[in-house]
Design a protein around this ligand. Structure first.
Ligand SMILES: [Zn+2]
Length: 125
């Protein structure tokens, strides 16, 4: 992976690594804080020297909801959830979750085969 540069627009910073099959955040070299999506500056200590950080591909679903509002490329209803991935939490789409799913629950990351909306989601592990 290449370094995350502060002068790279946020929409152009890679958010996932298809070869690794993982989401890519950024880690602050000053304080170690990890965030996703990748940032130009550390939200904790404001340092601007951040490096790419591959996030774990499995985590824990800690909350979820069913969404009925359509967004471009995603037909409702769909599921959104908060997933703990190591040190951080990621808000993402969920698939294959049962109607009576409870939390906390183990989940794993899946990436779309190609450019698509969404690019990734989590499924029960
Ligand atoms: Zn920091």
């Amino acid at each position: 992976m290449t370094a995350v540069h502060a002068d790279t627009p946020s929409t152009q910073r890679p958010r996932l690594d298809r070869e690794a099959g993982a989401l890519v955040g950024s880690r602050c070299t000053a304080c170690g804080w990890v965030c996703w999506p990748p940032k130009a500056g550390c939200p904790r200590c404001y340092a601007t020297d951040l490096t790419p950080a591959a996030l774990p591909t499995t985590g824990t679903l800690v909350s979820w909801t069913r969404v009925w509002v359509p967004v471009e490329g995603i037909e409702p209803p769909y599921l959104l959830g908060m997933v703990e991935l190591g040190e951080i939490r990621v808000f993402a789409q969920l698939r294959d979750l049962g109607e009576d799913a409870t939390v906390p629950a183990p989940v794993r990351l899946e990436l779309a085969e190609e450019e698509a909306t969404p690019q990734f989601w989590f499924v029960p592990a």
